[in-house]
Every structure is written in structure tokens, then in C-alpha cells.
Write a protein that binds this ligand. Structure first.
Ligand code: CA
Length: 235
């Protein structure tokens, strides 16, 4: 059993208990919080491997918590799955933009939640072995999968897990064009619910972080995205 630590932030008691019970049964360590503030405190003190984060909470909402967790360098390894109610599609897109790794719409089957949790954890931890520890150098960028770090002109820029996977994937094959759905499948997994426009949100966030090197990621109209071919030095 993995023993990885999951923090469940959910204000509905029945849901919280059923999630905690089933995750524990799968061998995870589980802590719970019923409000946004308690959730944020628990995240900061316990540094969980993954947060199952309800979007609608009585005090701090899930998006705000997601944003705050992502701003905290000590929580850079923590994955976030947002749990959303119907009709919150817009919030989902925003959520992915502020660094959630995946989302699960309510109502859900507990089995599905457990499967998603495992998939996200597997992706996060499996990345280094899959891609090798060798940093990619692309012009002014250095992308280091072993350290999960992106250097832009030598300065470290914080990337979320999803943004990192997307950038690393694109940069691994400069000049190759990928469709949106392919990219989503690649970074979120086959079992995730994929909304094609979400990829645009991730790309926008990545470009913003690349600053004046934003053109390294090119939009291919009507198709998807590619990493610019020129400027590749080694790989
Ligand atoms: Ca709620």
C-alpha cells in the first residue's frame, strides 16, 4: 500500500466521511477539513501528496485555496483534484488555470474518485522515471524533470505539475504539432474528462511564465500547438 497522504477538503459531512473511509481502505493516509481555512492550514502543516478539494466551501472557496497552495513553494509537489458541482464549468477552467491537476464533477462514484487519485499520484511520481532525469535545453529554457524545475534565462520559474508536463512534452519534440485532445490526454491521462479549451488555459499560463520567450510555443491554427523548432541546442 502506498501510504501517500491525501487531504480531503469538503464541507458536506457525509461525502467527507465516505471519501476518507474509502481512501483509507485503499491504504492512503487521510486527513480531512470541513472549511476552506482549515483545509489551507492542514495543507500547510501536513504537506499532503494530494488535495481533494471541493470548489464550494463556506469560507475560502476551492479556487482561492488552489491559488494559495500553488503560490507556496513548500507545496510544489502537492497535486490538486478539484471536486465541482454541476454548472461550474467556468470555474473548472479557471481552476485548471490556477494549477489544479484534474477535476471531478459531482455527483461522482467513490470508485471513480479513488481511480483518479491514483492516476494523478502515479503521473506525478512516475514522471521522472518515464522521461529520464536529463534536463532539456531549448534556447533560453532549461526543463529539468528530475528537479521538476524550469529555468528561464537561468532563473527558476514555478510551474504547476500539469503545466510542467505540458511544457516538457511539447519541448521534447520541437516542430511537431499536437492536437488539443492529444495534449490533454498526454498531460491528464486517458481516464480524465477532457475539455479541449482547457488546454488553451494551460498554454496561456505557460506563455505568461515564459515572458519574452512565450513564442517558443506556437499556435497552429485549427490544429493545436507545437514547440518552436529553432533554438533547440541539445536534448
Ligand atoms: Ca461544498
Amino acid at each position: 500500500m502506498s501510504g501517500e497522504h491525501i487531504l480531503v477538503v469538503e464541507d458536506e459531512r457525509d461525502l467527507r466521511e465516505v471519501l476518507a473511509y474509502n481512501l483509507r481502505k485503499e491504504g492512503f493516509q487521510v486527513s480531512t477539513a470541513s472549511t476552506g481555512r482549515d483545509g489551507l492550514d492542514a495543507a500547510r502543516s501536513r504537506k499532503p501528496d494530494l488535495i481533494l478539494l471541493d470548489l464550494m466551501l463556506p469560507d475560502l472557496d476551492g479556487l482561492e485555496i488552489c491559488r494559495l497552495v500553488r503560490q507556496d513553494p513548500k507545496l510544489s509537489a502537492t497535486a490538486i483534484i478539484m471536486v465541482t458541482a454541476k454548472g461550474e464549468e467556468t470555474d473548472v477552467v479557471v481552476g485548471l488555470g490556477v494549477g489544479a491537476d484534474d477535476y471531478i464533477p459531482k455527483p461522482f462514484r467513490v470508485k471513480e474518485v479513488v481511480a483518479r487519485v491514483k492516476a494523478v499520484l502515479r503521473r506525478g511520481h512516475g514522471q521522472t522515471e518515464q522521461t529520464g532525469a536529463r534536463p532539456l535545453r531549448r534556447g533560453a529554457l532549461e526543463i529539468d524533470p528530475a528537479r521538476h524545475e524550469v529555468l528561464v534565462e537561468g532563473a527558476s520559474v514555478p510551474f504547476t505539475a500539469t503545466e510542467f508536463r505540458l511544457l516538457h512534452f511539447l519541448a521534447s519534440s520541437p516542430g511537431r504539432v499536437y492536437e488539443r485532445d492529444t495534449l490533454l490526454r498526454r498531460v491528464l491521462g486517458d481516464d480524465a474528462i477532457r475539455v479541449e479549451r482547457n488546454i488553451d488555459v494551460h498554454i496561456r499560463a505557460i506563455r505568461k511564465k515564459l515572458g519574452e520567450h512565450r513564442d517558443l510555443i506556437e499556435t497552429v491554427r485549427g490544429v493545436g500547438y507545437k514547440f518552436r523548432d529553432a533554438g533547440a541546442t541539445s536534448g
